[in-house]
Each structure stands twice: as structure tokens, then as C-alpha cells.
Design a binder for this molecule. Structure first.
Ligand code: SAM
Length: 245
């Protein structure tokens, strides 16, 4: 008998529909102060992590890049700064996040689409590169989203996934958990007046598969040569994967 997969919203178990709905309400709530909060929570260091990701993506003029779960388009902005003639498609399920980002992105090379990562409205083998930063953790059916990334990726195309993690060794692990469980919700409350959304963020990070588990999910989706670039002792990780088949 098939076993039903559990869908965690933070530490709470929900149906697939309820999880998607609740995650989307978090991002509708945070859209207007999302970019500011990223700077505050990471003391500006998310800019360096994203820059490291764009170094790996290495955008070129002939690329067509998918920025999946793009939110306010922070990665897209960096791609077009680096390589203004690269074509990028920004895709997110949340209109409030997209709308906030579109106010500052004006490029004839960038298009935007509101869609679910689990069911992408693109033909097979369209993108030379796809990237997703801090988005995969929020998706309800992660294997489905990975198989959509695989389907829409060109032969010899690459996928880059940046996600928060929990460092494997001490004392970094304890420090990271203390920051997530105590400092982050407090900052969300003080700066954005929204403790609940940042409490969700903290819990969702702790519920996400560890590096080995996520790496094996990428292999199971069909990707090859999956490598991991840890940042800050694994508090952030970049997974790079190639489609060879
Ligand atoms: C933490 S934000 C990341 C935004 C951006 N990539 C960045 O790094 O700043 C996560 C984004 O994932 C989007 N998201 C969550 N589930 C999604 C899904 N199933 N399909 C597409 N986007 C989704 C949310 O709407 C939100 O904008």
C-alpha cells in the first residue's frame, strides 16, 4: 500500500493543499519587507552567498536561465548586472513577491511567470541553467519540483540550488539552532512585526533533509555529478547538478 508523504509546515504536519496555502500566506505577508529582512537577518552576508551562487551559474549571453521560486527576483537582478543580455525567466507561485520585485527589474531580457514549481508551464529541455535560492524548502512536493527542474533542463544543462542547512559539527550546530529558534523569530517580531513567519522559516530549515539526503534526492531525479559547496560551516549550501542523460 502506498504511504502518504508527510508535509511539514514548520514542525506541524498538514495536507499538501494546506501546506501550500500556508506557505503562500507567509510570503504574501512578508513580501514588502522581504529584502530588508534578508539584509538584517544575515547582516548583509546573503549578498555574498548569492554572489557566490552567480559565480557558479556563470551566466553567458546564449543562456536561457530559470530563476525558480524567484521571490522578489534578487538572483535575476544579479544575473543581469553580471551579464545584461542573458535571458532570464523569473517564476514564483506568489504574486505579491513577484510584484514587489518587478518594481526594480526592467530588462527586455527578463520575463516573469506565476507558476508552481511542481508543475512548470515550460516545454522539455528549455533551460541551459536553472537556479533556485531558498525556495526548494518551501515547496510542498520536493521530488516533483526536482523532476520538473530535470524535465525542463537541457541536455548538459545545470541546476543550482541554494538552501539553508544545519552545520553537522559542534559548536556550529548548537549556535545555528540557537540563532534559528531564538534570534530569528525575535528579529521578525521587532523589525517586521511578524514573529510567526520567521518562526516558520526557522522550523522549515530544521525540517529540511540533510545534505546527503538532498544530494540523493537530486540523483534520484536523474541528475549526475551532484556537488555541494558549503558556506558558513553548512548553514547555507549550494548544490550543483548536471543533466547528462
Ligand atoms: C525565501 S523566498 C526566496 C526568494 C528568492 N529566491 C531569494 O533568494 O531571495 C521563497 C520563495 O519560494 C516561493 N515558493 C514557495 N513554494 C513555491 C512553489 N511551489 N512554486 C513556486 N514558488 C514557490 C515563495 O513564494 C517565495 O517567493
Amino acid at each position: 500500500m502506498p504511504t502518504e508523504r508527510k508535509h511539514f509546515f514548520g514542525f506541524e504536519v498538514l495536507s499538501a493543499e494546506n501546506k501550500t496555502e500556508k506557505v503562500q500566506s507567509v510570503f504574501s505577508n512578508v513580501a514588502t519587507y522581504y529584502d530588508l529582512m534578508n539584509d538584517v537577518m544575515s547582516l548583509g552576508t546573503h549578498r555574498l552567498w548569492k554572489s557566490q551562487l552567480i559565480d557558479l551559474v556563470a551566466p553567458e549571453n546564449h543562456d536561457l536561465i530559470l530563476d525558480l521560486a524567484c521571490g522578489t527576483g534578487d538572483l535575476t537582478r544579479r544575473v543581469i548586472e553580471r551579464s545584461p543580455n542573458t535571458n532570464v525567466i523569473m517564476c514564483d507561485l506568489n504574486w505579491s513577491m513577484l510584484k514587489t520585485g518587478l518594481k526594480t527589474i526592467q530588462s527586455p531580457f527578463v520575463s516573469t511567470i506565476q507558476a508552481n514549481a511542481e508543475s512548470l508551464p515550460f516545454i522539455n529541455e528549455l533551460f541551459s541553467k536553472s537556479m533556485i535560492a531558498f525556495g526548494i524548502r518551501n515547496v510542498t512536493d520536493v521530488p516533483k519540483a526536482l523532476s520538473e527542474l530535470y524535465r525542463t533542463c537541457k541536455h548538459q544543462g545545470k541546476v543550482f540550488i541554494m538552501e539553508f542547512g544545519i552545520p553537522a559539527s559542534e559548536p556550529e550546530k548548537t549556535i545555528s539552532k540557537a540563532y534559528l529558534n531564538h534570534v530569528l523569530p525575535l528579529m521578525g517580531d521587532m523589525i517586521a512585526g511578524d514573529k510567526a513567519s520567521y518562526d516558520y522559516l526557522a522550523k522549515s530549515i530544521q525540517k529540511f533533509p540533510n545534505n546527503e539526503q538532498f544530494q540523493s534526492m537530486l540523483y534520484q531525479s536523474g541528475f549526475s555529478q551532484v556537488s555541494i559547496t558549503p558556506i558558513l560551516f553548512g548553514a547555507v549550501n549550494i548544490f550543483s547538478a548536471l543533466k547528462t542523460k
